[in-house]
Design a protein around this ligand. Sequence first.
Ligand SMILES: Nc1ncnc2c1ncn2[C@@H]1O[C@H](COP(=O)(O)OP(=O)(O)O)[C@@H](O)[C@H]1O
Ligand SMILES: [Mg+2]
Length: 243
Amino acid sequence: MSETHLPGGFVNAVVRVGDTVRRTPGPRAAYVHELLRLFERAGWAGAPRFLGLDEHGREVLSFVDGHVAWEEAQPDGVASDESLARVAELVREFHDLTAGTPPAGDEEVVCHNDLSPRNTVYRGEELRPVAFIDWDIAGPGRRIHDVAHVCWQYAGLGPAVEDPADAARRVRLICDAYGRRGRDEVVETILWWQDRCWRGIAADAAAGMAYAVRLREGGAVAHVRACHDWVAERRPMLERALR
Ligand SMILES: Nc1ncnc2c1ncn2[C@@H]1O[C@H](COP(=O)(O)OP(=O)(O)O)[C@@H](O)[C@H]1O
Ligand SMILES: [Mg+2]
């Protein structure tokens, strides 16, 4: 069967073969496969199914049909309030599903750790989120870690924001839809992610890792630093909006 390259990835070469996707397994593939099996057993449709390894040692995943929002410009439905709320509900679903299971280890839940529109499949005329892909760096963590990452990525917190008050409202909407009461730490955790992210790319690039060199050359380090500074400057306003 023929292979079609799937665009939108930054790390892996991903191809589609029929109703499947083939990807190079990440360094923690065994963990990720166990997690995807857990989702399958629970009947949770918010992640691809793990179908084994192919003859080239690539992981075989079910192809999740829909629209992956990896490009800069996106149709309105992707960033609508309804889609934003649904993203938060989907996160709540897999957090609740993984709480107290072996993959969560000693932590609260399993976190995806890279939730963003470019790792989300949207479907239907209204483009509602139905699944998250790219679970390579999932691991045991705290609920707030994913919630804060969602706020950063789906509300697009950074210099490109035109209306900071509306961005703050969207952060609140995400927290409300997730059903989070203790949200004092959200902005602090967004800053923690942003700091960790640019430093991580810079360190990996300095160590010669190809994906990181590519990202750095595309301006990712400078961009994420600018997002961090943008949030840091508006921290009081954002925290007020969450109270
Ligand atoms: N299970 C899947 N179903 C549908 N499309 C997928 C699936 N996995 C990956 N893709 C497509 O391949 C692209 C890259 O995949 P991804 O897993 O995000 O790679 P990377 O680790 O490089 O970011 C995505 O943008 C998406 O378009
Ligand atoms: Mg990806």
